[in-house]
Ligand binder design. Structure first.
Ligand SMILES: N[C@@H](CCC(=O)N[C@@H](CS)C(=O)NCC(=O)O)C(=O)O
Length: 211
């Protein structure tokens, strides 16, 4: 009989799920991948985690991990072969800036129609100041916390990818050479290619799925 595996509920294009998947992958965690649709979440995922965001990990003992940074920390606590945790807690201030103010501007830059009275370009300008902060750090070192990859790089780059992709010509025209090189390196990595492999949609035996 094979041992039960952790279950991952995920959505391919979600940047929070991407960071979780990369940490799970680098830690070598074997798991059951359940690909979801955000507009049609599986009942068993909502039962485990009623707040309804991905990623969610359900461990064989029933414990539920429902925040992407907690998924990363859990995976790396099992095994951290590339020392992603080595910079320590200092990483979390920069990640909080990404997940808070930068994500706020990213959403309003990308989807101004979802909000009242929003000027997308003003939010692009505001978001750019975080890009400058990162570019400055990367002028002195190859990655955000030294010359090797840490949890912070992996936690942050999926959001910079989204910001860049919204208007690639604009992003490429900015004077942010260190950030552009850093982003390109992560997008070209084998790890990113691995976690972007397409999965069939998971059909929940526990309930109706589809329209
Ligand atoms: N704080 C959460 C945020 C996760 C999150 O917001 N994920 C989005 C997708 S990128 C989601 O699941 N949204 C729910 C929905 O759109 O219904 C985390 O870090 O895991």
């Amino acid at each position: 009989m094979s041992a039960a595996l952790p279950i991952l509920y995920s959505f391919r294009r979600c940047p929070y799920a991407m960071r979780g998947r990369m940490a799970l992958k680098v830690a070598g965690i074997h798991l059951e991948h359940r690909e979801t649709l955000l507009r049609d979440k599986p009942p068993s995922m909502l039962e485990a985690s009623p707040k309804g965001t991905v990623p969610v990990v359900v461990l064989p003992d029933g414990a539920v991990i429902e925040e992407s940074l907690d998924v990363m920390r859990w995976a790396l606590s099992q095994q951290d072969p590339q020392n992603w945790l080595s910079p320590g807690s200092t990483m979390f201030d920069l990640i909080a800036e990404n997940d808070g103010p930068f994500k706020h501007h990213l959403d309003r830059y990308k989807y101004p129609n979802r909000y009242d009275d929003v000027d997308a370009i003003a939010h692009r300008t505001a978001g750019r100041s975080f890009l400058e902060t990162l570019d400055q750090r990367l002028s002195e070192q190859a990655q955000l916390f030294g010359d090797t990859i840490s949890l912070a790089d992996i936690a942050i780059f999926p959001f910079i990818r989204q910001f860049a992709n919204h208007d690639r010509d604009w992003f490429d025209a900015q004077d942010l050479p260190n950030l552009q090189t850093w982003l390109a390196g992560h997008l070209e990595s084998a790890l990113f290619a691995d976690i972007m492999v397409k999965h069939e949609l998971w059909v929940d035996p526990a309930g109706p799925s589809g329209d």
